[in-house]
Write a new protein. Structure first.
Length: 260
C-alpha cells in the first residue's frame, strides 16, 4: 500500500513562528518552566471552587489561575468592568478581543517608565480587567485571565518590549508554554446559538490571536518538548484542536523519529 506523508495543518511560516516562539520563551523563562508546568484541566480537581458567575467567584478563580502560572497575586489587581465602557480600550491598550471586536480582557501597568532591565518596584501596581459578560462563561474567563496574566509575566516582568510586533500572539503562545493551553485553544473559536423574534442560527466568536490550527501545532510541540507521547490531557481538547494536534504530532514524529 502507498503511504501518505503526514501534512501539517499550518503553513511552514506559522510552524517556524511557533518553533521560534518556544525558543524565545524558553530563553526568557527557562526550560524548567516548560517541563514542569502543571497542565490545568477543566475539571473539578483542578478548579474545585464553586462558581456562581459573581465577581467574588471570579476573584477566587483568578487566584487559582495566578497559582498555575506562578504569578504573585499581591502584585495584580482584578477588576470587572461593564460592557458599555468601550472607552477603556483606548486607556488600556493590552486587551484580548472577541469576535465582536470588543475587549474581553484588559491589562495595564501603572509603572511610570518602561525599562526591561528593571523589575517591578514596590509602588507599581498591575491591573487585569475583564468584561462583565465574561463571568457567564467560566472556560472563556480562564482563557482570558491566562492571556492577561501572560502580559503580567512578559510585560510586567520586563521580559518583553510592549512594542514587539507579535507580543499579543506570543502571549497566547505563552499560555500553552505554561500549561493553560487547553483553555485558550478551546476558546479560540466558539460557536453560539442565537434566537430572537425574527431569526435564529449560529454565530462564531473568536477569542485571542492564534487560530485553532496554530494552537494544535503549538500543543503538539508542547507535548513533544515534554516527552509526552500520549498526554492524558488530549481528551480535553475540542474536536478541531484535537484533530490539528494529531496531524501536527504525526508530522513531528515523521520529521523527528526520536519523538515516536
Amino acid at each position: 500500500m502507498l503511504g501518505f506523508s503526514p501534512k501539517l495543518p499550518i503553513s511552514d511560516e506559522d510552524r517556524q513562528w511557533v518553533d521560534d516562539g518556544f525558543q524565545r520563551l524558553e530563553k526568557l523563562l527557562g526550560r524548567r518552566r516548560l517541563v514542569e508546568a502543571k497542565v490545568a484541566l477543566p475539571t473539578a480537581e483542578d478548579f474545585p471552587d464553586p462558581y456562581d458567575a459573581t465577581p467574588a467567584a471570579a476573584a477566587i478563580l483568578f487566584r487559582r489561575v495566578c497559582g498555575y502560572l506562578k504569578v504573585d497575586r499581591s502584585k495584580v489587581e482584578l477588576e470587572v468592568f461593564p460592557d458599555e465602557t468601550e472607552h477603556l480600550r483606548e486607556a488600556l491598550p493590552y486587551w484580548r478581543g472577541d469576535g465582536a471586536n470588543r475587549p474581553a480582557g484588559l491589562y495595564v501597568d501603572h509603572g511610570t517608565n518602561y525599562n526591561r532591565d528593571e523589575g517591578l518596584s514596590e509602588d507599581e501596581q498591575m491591573v487585569v480587567a475583564i468584561r462583565s459578560t465574561q463571568l457567564k462563561d467560566p472556560l472563556s474567563l480562564v482563557a482570558t485571565l491566562a492571556h492577561e496574566l501572560g502580559h503580567v509575566i512578559l510585560l510586567g516582568g520586563r521580559l518583553l518590549d510592549p512594542k514587539s510586533p507579535d507580543h499579543e500572539p506570543l502571549t497566547d503562545l505563552l499560555t500553552v508554554f505554561l500549561g493553560l493551553g487547553i483553555f485558550t485553544s478551546n476558546c479560540s473559536a466558539r460557536f453560539n446559538q442565537y434566537q430572537d423574534d425574527r431569526r435564529q442560527g449560529w454565530s462564531m466568536q473568536r477569542l485571542g490571536y492564534l487560530p485553532e490550527e496554530v494552537y494544535g501545532y503549538a500543543l503538539a510541540k508542547f507535548a513533544a518538548e515534554r516527552g509526552e507521547t500520549k498526554p492524558e490531557w488530549l481528551e480535553h481538547l475540542s474536536t478541531n484542536v484535537r484533530a490539528y494536534f494529531k496531524q501536527s504530532r504525526s508530522w513531528l514524529i515523521k520529521n523527528n523519529p526520536y519523538l515516536g
